[in-house]
Design a protein around this ligand. Structure first.
Ligand SMILES: [Zn+2]
Length: 319
């Protein structure tokens, strides 16, 4: 039993490893001078770090996935060669110059043996590759044919260090698991948004967003009206510091209260407060809001035009 599990795991790692070579080759078409900065191969999971000064955009990510899945679908042959280091260099095999190699090295090649049979629209995916899709110095174990990888799907992209980006991807059955999860999530959304099919989801989401924006804008307009009415008709007092002292309902948006008061009571010294102890002081020509706040000993922040804050002393002073 253990042997079966081990061999299944080994195979899952081989799928991820061969896919790593395909990814390395395909990335080279987007970043011609990129190099591998690190790599992790697990069961149907791979992580590939590479040198690049920017992240890939959505289009490039989709293109990477497409070309690698085409390489898988078109059953390309994976073979190994034992060569002298010099011969491998002549072939142009990818290698790490920092690493010490022996006299004889192992080169893993991925060849598109169907290059002449593939339809022109598919050939476009392989444009610039030729029959040799990838060749890399490598001592690891690989699947014999890219079709054994099954499928390839990128799950994330991130910046891991200065100039180094990381792609994480799945192969084989884990791609199907990801698809199943996503399909189930879309199914939940179909129920929540009350539509009949996946195809209607984005249209419904757009409609809802638009409705929400309209509601928010209507709400703001109504809120402004209510606040204006309250500011105009509210029971105002005054004292030696403020020409207008007004207590407003505590469920009104206090920020909007301040904005409306500024234009309604322009040129007057004003104190607005609510039952929660929130206050706004508006200064006027000759007496800044800061001075007024100091005079009545209320603590808040702001500038010469407006000081706002929360200080329960305002209730002791004016309630
Ligand atoms: Zn390798």
């Amino acid at each position: 039993m253990k042997l079966i599990v081990d061999s299944a795991q080994r195979y899952a790692k081989m799928r991820a490893h061969t896919a790593t070579h395909l990814l390395h080759a395909a990335l080279g078409k987007i970043f011609p001078t990129t190099k591998q900065a690190g790599s992790l191969v697990d069961s149907d999971l791979l992580r590939f770090d590479f040198y690049a000064d920017r992240l890939l955009n959505e289009q490039e990510l989709a293109q990477l996935e497409r070309v690698i899945n085409q390489m898988i679908y078109y059953a390309c042959e994976v073979s190994t060669l034992e060569l002298s280091l010099e011969e491998a260099q002549k072939l142009g095999a990818k290698m790490f110059f920092e690493e010490k190699y022996g006299d004889i090295v192992r080169v893993v090649q991925v060849k598109n043996i169907h290059i002449d049979e593939v339809a022109p629209e598919v050939q476009a995916y392989f444009d610039g590759y030729g029959a040799m899709l990838s060749q890399e110095l490598c001592g690891g174990t690989h699947v014999a044919n890219t079709k054994d990888i099954g499928a390839f799907s990128i799950v994330s992209q991130e910046a891991v260090a200065s100039g180094i980006k990381r792609l994480t991807a799945l192969t084989g059955p884990r791609v199907l698991e990801k698809l199943e999860k996503q399909t189930s999530m879309l199914g939940d959304l179909v129920n929540i948004l009350e539509v009949k099919s996946f195809a209607q989801l984005s249209e419904k989401a757009q409609k809802l967003t638009k409705t929400l924006e309209e509601c928010q804008s209507q709400l703001q307009t109504m809120e402004s009206k209510v606040i204006k009415a309250e500011l105009l008709s509210g029971d105002k007092k005054s004292d030696q510091y403020f020409e207008i002292i007004l207590k407003v309902a505590s469920d009104l948006n206090f920020k909007t209260v301040g904005a409306e008061a500024k234009s309604l009571f322009l040129g007057k010294s004003v104190l607005l407060y609510n039952d929660l102890g929130n206050f706004i002081i508006l200064g006027k020509a000759g007496v800044s809001a800061k001075q007024l706040a100091q005079q009545v000993a209320l603590k808040g922040g702001g500038n010469d035009v407006q000081i706002q804050g929360r200080d329960e002393n305002v209730l002791k002073l004016y309630n």
